[in-house]
Structures are given as structure tokens and as C-alpha cells.
Ligand binder design. Structure first.
Ligand code: GDP
Ligand code: MG
Length: 360
């Protein structure tokens, strides 16, 4: 490998070990050594697979895993109080001076309850669940299903429930708006049982249901306590060290700083200076910014954080991987780009790994 790399370097071509070459390039290089190359078999190699399997292997070593804070998504029918509940929790748990008058700019925040952290992310589109599952990663560990006690189970309640169930995510039901005179908690529970098969614990079932008023704040502490309890049972783990991996929950092009991506870290530690790739977007982390617009020196598992430094706006729900160097991030991004192009066009490009080619 090193001889080929050196020889090619003398020809002005820079190669890396493990680099993926087209069959055409590989054949051209072979000519330099008067080798005859015959294509007998071709197999697509997805360089992301190696990264994914390295994480899965690490997950098999239970001694490497540690508990991480739960990532919670609030879902439910429109106007049942999702936004009000999220606002109420944030106001109750985040000191005003910490926010410093800056409005939360990203669709996620973290609170501390009895020294334990909880990350909340704003309702992703329901399709996000299926999409992210297909990519082998889940942004959410627990779903809080908000159901207004004056309205009961509605179509989007059922939809949200179905998504959470398919994704196999534990559900806590927040029966909201109990301050309203026409609130009927028992009727709501009946509907949850008959329409969704969710039976409350006090009726002998196993679904945690918390009566709450996002408006007055009543029951909000109970919701947080229940999240911690469910999280403990769910045993939410991560690989605490090494290259970070995360899920993009929001992204956009900012006029001042360029591509801006919000992610929730799943594993490892992300720091300014880390090389990252997310689909066809790659780059070096110039700055990490928390949910209150402050620069931070690192982001750990379950932390929500914004990245400045991508060369293009990464797709929402794509997975961010930190890698060892810029070349790796670029070649992964190139691969993703070529895959995306291939999906569009009928022409298929052939790839073979340099080492594979040399061992033929
Ligand atoms: P979302 O669509 O689920 O995000 O619902 P919102 O949080 O926007 O709430 C819809 C409406 O219900 C708003 O007018 C809220 O002020 C009101 N609301 C939310 N929670 C409560 C509650 O606990 N009690 C009462 N009385 N109103 C609430
Ligand atoms: Mg809302």
C-alpha cells in the first residue's frame, strides 16, 4: 500500500490507505506496475458501515457503557398543550439569569432535576420516528404523550401513540388542562384504555399517567419525577468516550455563520476542532453552542448542541459522526454524495477499495 501511495504521490495523485477507488482508477494504477486486472466481482462498500459496526461492537462490551440522561419528546394532538408544557418545564428548571434574556434558539433544552439531567426535544414530525429508526438510531428515549383532559383522545393522539409504539419507546401520558372546569381525567383514562390499550397504573395497568396543568404548573414536578423513574427502568446507556455520534434534529443556513446544525449527542464527546461528517456534509467543528447561545468546550451524551463548521447544511435526522481527520470526513461525505447522485441517475459507479485491489 505504501509503495503505491508513494508512487502515485510522485505522479501528483494523493491517496490514503483504505481509500475507495473507482474500477477505472484502480485499473489505471495497475497499468503502472504492468499488472493485468480483470474485474471478476464487484461489491459495493459503504464506508459508513464500518463506523456503524464499530459502535455496535462497542455496545456489546457492557463494561464500556454508562448511563446517560434520557432524551424526551413531547407529542400529542394539536392544542393539547405540548408547547405550554415544554415552556413550563423550562421556566421552572432553568434559572432566568442563565438564559440572560436570550430566547432559546434551538428546538431542544436540558434541565436538571435532583442532580439528574433530562433533555427535551420539540416534537419532531411523526415521520422522524420511522426515518430515524431506519437509520438505526433513535433520537428519543421516552415519549410524553400529552392529552387534554377536556378533549380526550384525538386523531393525532392515536398517531403519536402508534409512532412511539412502533419505535418501541416507553410512553408517559400527561393528562393536561386539569385546571379547566370541563376537564375529565377519568373519561380521558377510559379513552386511553379503550382506544389505545393504555391502562393506567392505578387501574392495574402499566402505563404511567400524570394529571397536570401546564398552565398553572400543577403536576409538572410529577411529570419530571416519572420521567426519571421510567428512564431508570429503561436503562439508557451510551459509550461515554471516544469519537462522538449524534442525531441532527434541526439544521439551517445562517446568514452570519453559515450552515448550522442542532444535534443531540448519543455517544462520545464532541469538541471544537473535531472533524465531523453527516451524510454529504462534512467539516471541522468551529464552535459548539448550547441552547442558550453560549459557546461550550464540549458536548456529552444526551446534550443538545449546535455545530458551526459544516461545509453544507446537513439533512435533519441524519447522523453525525466525529472522525479522526479531515480526509476521512471528506471521503465519507463524498461517498454519501455519490450515493445520493446514484439514487438519482441510472449510471452506476464501480468502487473497489485500494487494499482489495492490491490483494487481487
Ligand atoms: P400544542 O399545539 O400542543 O403545542 O398546544 P399549546 O401549548 O400551544 O396550547 C394550546 C392552547 O391550550 C393554548 O392556548 C394554551 O394556553 C392552552 N393550554 C395549554 N395547557 C393548558 C392547561 O394546562 N390549562 C389550560 N387551561 N390551558 C392550557
Ligand atoms: Mg405547539
Amino acid at each position: 500500500v505504501s509503495k503505491v501511495i508513494k508512487d502515485q504521490f510522485m505522479n501528483g495523485i494523493i491517496l490514503r490507505p483504505g481509500q475507495i477507488l473507482s474500477v477505472e482508477d484502480a485499473m489505471n494504477i495497475a497499468k503502472n506496475y504492468e499488472w493485468e486486472v480483470e474485474l471478476i466481482h464487484e461489491q459495493e462498500i459503504n464506508p459508513f458501515d464500518a463506523i456503524v459496526s464499530a459502535y455496535s461492537d462497542a455496545y456489546k462490551e457492557s463494561s464500556r457503557l454508562v448511563q446517560r440522561p434520557p432524551v424526551v419528546t413531547v407529542m400529542g394532538h394539536v392544542d393539547h398543550g405540548k408547547t405550554t408544557l415544554l415552556d413550563r418545564i423550562r421556566k421552572a428548571k432553568v434559572a432566568e439569569d442563565e438564559i440572560g434574556g436570550i430566547t432559546q434558539t434551538i428546538g431542544a433544552y436540558q434541565v436538571e432535576v435532583r442532580n439528574k439531567k433530562i433533555t427535551f426535544i420539540d416534537t419532531p414530525g411523526h415521520e422522524a420516528f420511522t426515518e430515524m429508526r431506519a437509520r438505526g438510531a433513535q433520537a428519543t428515549d421516552i415519549v410524553v404523550l400529552v392529552v387534554a383532559a377536556d378533549d380526550g383522545v384525538m386523531p393525532q393522539t392515536i398517531e403519536a401513540y402508534n409512532h412511539a409504539k412502533t419505535a418501541n419507546v416507553p410512553i408517559i401520558v400527561a393528562i393536561n388542562k386539569i385546571d379547566k372546569p370541563n376537564a375529565n381525567v377519568d373519561l380521558t383514562k377510559q379513552q386511553l384504555a379503550s382506544k389505545l390499550g393504555l391502562v393506567p397504573e392505578d387501574w392495574g395497568g402499566d402505563t404511567v399517567m400524570v394529571p397536570v396543568s401546564a398552565k398553572t404548573g400543577k403536576g409538572v414536578e410529577d411529570v419530571l419525577e416519572m420521567i426519571l423513574l421510567v428512564a431508570e427502568v429503561a436503562d439508557i446507556k451510551c459509550i461515554p468516550e471516544g469519537n462522538a455520534r449524534g442525531i441532527i434534529i434541526d439544521s439551517r443556513l445562517d446568514k452570519a455563520v453559515g450552515p448550522l446544525a442542532t444535534l443531540v449527542i448519543k455517544d462520545g464527546v464532541l469538541k471544537p476542532g473535531s472533524y465531523v461528517v453527516a451524510g454529504s456534509a462534512s467539516g471541522r467543528v468551529k464552535a459548539l453552542i448550547n441552547e442558550y447561545g453560549k459557546r461550550v468546550k464540549e458536548a456529552n451524551p444526551s446534550d443538545p448542541v449546535q455545530i458551526i463548521g459544516f461545509d453544507e447544511v446537513p439533512d435533519v435526522h441524519s447522523i453525525v459522526y466525529a472522525v479522526d481527520d479531515l480526509d476521512t470526513s471528506r471521503s465519507l461525505a463524498d461517498f454519501a454524495k455519490s450515493q445520493a447522485q446514484k439514487e438519482k441517475s441510472v449510471t452506476t459507479k464501480r468502487h473497489v477499495r485500494l487494499e482489495e485491489f492490491l490483494s487481487m
